[in-house]
Design a protein around this ligand. Sequence first.
Ligand code: FAD
Length: 412
Amino acid sequence: MMGWQSAVRDGLVEVGVVPYNGFTYDHVNGTKIGGTTFDADGQRHTAADLLEYANPKGITLLLHATVHKILFKTKGVSRPLARGVIFRDALGKIHKAYLTRGEMNEVILTSGALGSPQMLMLSGVGPSKQLKAHNITVVLDQPNVGQRMMDNPMNAIFVPSPIPVEVSLIEVVGITSFGSYIEAASGENFAEHYALNDYGMFSPKIGQLSTVPPKHRTPEALEKAINAMSGLDDAVFRGGFLLEKIMGPLSTGHLELRTRNPNDNPSVTFNYFQQPEDLRRCVNGLKIIENIIESKSFSKFRYDSLSLPALLNLTASAPVNLLPKHDNVSVSLEQFCKDTVMTIWHYHGGCHVGDVVDQDYKVIGVDKLRVIDGSTFNYSPGTNPQATVMMLGRYMGVRIMNERLAKEKSQN
Ligand SMILES: Cc1cc2nc3c(=O)[nH]c(=O)nc-3n(C[C@H](O)[C@H](O)[C@H](O)COP(=O)(O)OP(=O)(O)OC[C@H]3O[C@@H](n4cnc5c(N)ncnc54)[C@H](O)[C@@H]3O)c2cc1C
């Protein structure tokens, strides 16, 4: 671990985020070094890697295919029964795929927190009023589909550095007792990319913090964003940032269909900071960050001439989101939380266990359909969720396979 991350680690401990737990995968209060899905060569690993270990016999994997609808049998059955899907292949051709005979065969939906509620609704399982508004035949009136959508709000303070900093993504983590999760990233690549009009993590084209939504990235929109960013002080892109995200969150929102096209994003409202406790966690997290910035451990990465309000103003003047900024953003941490809120992309919910699926991830009220993905999560503690979602998939896969094997054995 290099300078910036080490200074944040020491700063966290200095300001009381203790004990220091060293390297651990565990979610425990204190300061730690976290795990990563990148390997030693910088290669990131995903669920697709697990295919290598699968038995390919009987598996057909279609790339760039889009499911348009889950098909249900509704006649002659006591309740709707999933029997297949309609999908469009990579060449745009429409197909229907049906489950083969077999008591345990089923459709498993894994389209994620935005995709799974959307797909259920497109297939007729959801709030009937909304489905009817889109001329979708109601298979099951299920008002909870798309409800209690959550996204852990993230807020960051950008800290321009007087000395060079290493390129680093999240390594050190501070887990506080009050529900705020502190991390840091840095990179002189911000400055290098600045010269190339790319802006690293802020890159309008590819950046995680881009303010231009992926589907709006026309050449004109990108040029406009780059022009807006080139008007900013160079200091914004030199140094790094300390960020906090809150656990939970307690505030929830909802997802609604905009069209019947599965390629169109649904409309999602997360209601960031609607619950006062979420705002309190954000403010307390920012106070810790301010203390770290002022700590002895972090002093070499900080311009003495830049006061904390000046740093808050600097962040608020960066295009972190599309919200209007208020005059008191540098003096009220509550206002700073609201005005500079970003996503850390850990949105979840919409098909909660107990509301939309049961304990076995089976969709309540229909047969032969499960949802197994981040849409079933009702809480995200701050730790990055990807590995947990992958392990949920593995856990359920192993369980379903064992149930099938046991069934086959009992029938022989
Ligand atoms: C920009 C970004 C950065 C992130 N960084 C991290 C990180 O560093 N660490 C971490 O732990 N987590 C990170 N996350 C969060 C993590 O990726 C998610 O929590 C996790 O992938 C959720 O898994 P999932 O299976 O629920 O959904 P997804 O991974 O979103 O999988 C859903 C899949 O379904 C497909 N799909 C959707 N609709 C259809 C359809 N109609 N037909 C066919 N396919 C469809 C989608 O294309 C997608 O491949 C990040 C997320 C984003 C967006």
